[in-house]
Design a protein around this ligand. Structure first.
Ligand code: GLA
Length: 326
């Protein structure tokens, strides 16, 4: 056991653009935000890991302990505390932030270097997939782990290469607005889209939809799903170009086009989300779109300096990634 109490921080994330591309071997453009989860670890007298803030059978805790034990980490007896300023269940990847901070705190408590970021992202994603039943890609975990102040990451999910992209908005503001939609359909809807994409890739004989060229031979709705994936991959690179050129109008249009594609081709929007997008536009947004897994959650919008975002919107900017604080 490391002698000191330990504090490990992991941020939530915003995905600027590139939605539902991570599990399709495509590209996305997330950044870590400044809000996140801190897990503290204090030595305890007895053996085992306890976390009074969580239930004993909490799947994140069980998963983290099981995965680290399987990786050969000898966990000391310790008591974990959790504090978070990241809103939960609003599509800002609070589950990934909890997993990453738990694992970092436990590794530090054991006096073990955590695995390298990609391996650690996979481990955390297994905790979510196998213990909580949420089938996520690697977008959230990689964004939380690799975040850097002032920069988004262009993640190529085929090679898992991360390329930093400067986010300097010239007085513009990115903000998230919670749609308030109940998340009842979120997990099943997300899993259904993943299954549709897997089926489409099988029909086309490709490993992932980003490798395929032409969606026209696919039956409905699989053709539409694939059209979204291909057009969204192209929008990610167009957004990197717009950021570099400081072309905010173009960036706003790309957010709108992403939203239209997620609503019409990928069919992951709901009325509450449409209302939140409309509220952002009324407040003067240059573009707004549904973000994350869909069927609720937050929308992301780009506001010019003269606009006043809706009152409930939270401004977001790229902050540093997950780390042990002391
Ligand atoms: C959720 C998942 C991510 C990703 C997005 C959609 O946030 O956790 O892996 O698939 O949805 O882009």
């Amino acid at each position: 056991m490391n002698p000191l109490p330990i504090r490990a921080f992991a941020p939530g994330r915003v995905n600027l653009i590139g939605e539902h591309t991570d599990y399709n071997g495509g590209v996305c453009l997330p950044f870590a935000i400044e809000l996140g989860v801190i897990v503290t670890a204090e030595p305890s007298a007895g053996p085992g890991v306890d976390a009074p803030a969580l239930r004993d059978d909490d799947p994140f805790l069980r998963g983290a302990v099981a995965e680290l034990t399987a990786a050969g980490v000898e966990l000391p007896g310790c008591s974990l505390g959790i504090v978070s300023d990241l809103p939960q269940g609003t599509g800002l990847a609070s589950s990934a932030a909890l997993c990453v901070s738990l694992v970092l705190a436990l590794c530090a408590a054991a006096g073990t270097e955590p695995p390298p970021p990609v391996e650690l992202a996979r481990l955390c994603s297994r905790i979510e997939n196998d213990y909580t039943g949420a089938r996520t890609g690697l977008l959230d975990q990689l964004a939380s782990l690799l975040g850097q102040e002032g920069q988004a990451l262009r993640l190529d999910m085929r090679t898992l290469e991360a390329e930093p992209v400067q986010v300097e908005l010239g007085g513009h503001m990115l903000a998230v607005l919670d749609s308030g939609a109940p998340r009842t359909l979120a997990a099943s809807g997300y899993n259904e889209r993943r299954a549709e994409c897997r089926r489409a890739a099988e029909l086309l004989g490709v490993e992932s939809l980003s490798d395929a060229g032409d969606p026209s031979g696919l039956p409905a709705p699989l053709g539409r799903r694939m059209r979204h994936v291909l057009s969204e991959n192209a929008r990610v690179d167009a957004a990197v170009g717009a950021l570099g050129a400081r072309d905010w109008a173009a960036l706003g249009k790309l957010l709108d086009a992403s939203h239209a594609s997620l609503r019409d081709d990928y069919e992951v929007s709901v009325p509450e989300v449409e209302r939140a997008v409309a509220a952002c536009h009324r407040a003067g947004a240059l573009g707004a779109r549904i973000m994350g897994g869909g069927f609720g959650g937050s929308v992301l919008a780009l506001f010019p300096p003269e606009a006043t975002p809706p009152e409930a919107a939270i401004g977001v900017r790229p902050g540093p990634g997950a780390r042990v604080l002391c």
